[in-house]
Write a protein of this length. Structure first.
Length: 148
């Protein structure tokens, strides 16, 4: 007997993308807060790291929903969109700079050049991600699938 409460791929993608939008706003606000305060408060640094972890997990889910786990790097490379390529490169740079900045922060408790570079990469990523989302806004306006 078929289950009528299963989410379709489109429903999952809509949920994932909504969570991405919410976490993008949260990471942007916490990033701005860190820029304004220079990361002087450990609570805000760790809150930003936690939000960033959720944001990264949502990005991974988004990629999985589009490409699956098998050969997703190759499938992503074959995308024609330069924006999608740019997002992938910036996401990778943001992740790498996260690791460097976080290790530096743990060792020194200071906002650092790696943290500042990470922030600039992150802001650029979010700016391009907004354009990526706006281009696909019709997807969000469609009704969810009907279940009978």
């Amino acid at each position: 007997m078929p289950s009528h409460n299963k989410m379709t791929k489109a429903d999952k993608l809509r949920l994932c993308d909504t969570l991405l939008a919410v976490s993008a706003v949260a990471i942007l606000l916490s990033g701005i807060q860190l820029e304004v305060t220079g990361g002087r408060t450990a609570l805000w640094v760790w809150l930003h790291a936690g939000i960033g972890t959720l944001f990264f997990a949502n990005i991974a889910w988004h990629l999985y929903l589009h490409f699956g786990w098998n050969s997703w790097v190759q499938r992503l490379r074959k995308q024609k969109s330069r924006v999608t390529h740019g997002l992938a490169i910036l996401a990778l740079l943001a992740f790498i700079s996260t690791v460097v900045a976080l290790f530096h922060y743990v060792g020194t408790r200071l906002h650092s050049v790696p943290g500042a570079v990470h922030g600039k990469i992150g802001f650029l990523f979010l700016l391009i991600a907004i354009g990526h989302t706006v281009k696909r806004i019709k997807f969000f306006k469609r009704k969810t699938s009907t279940r009978g």
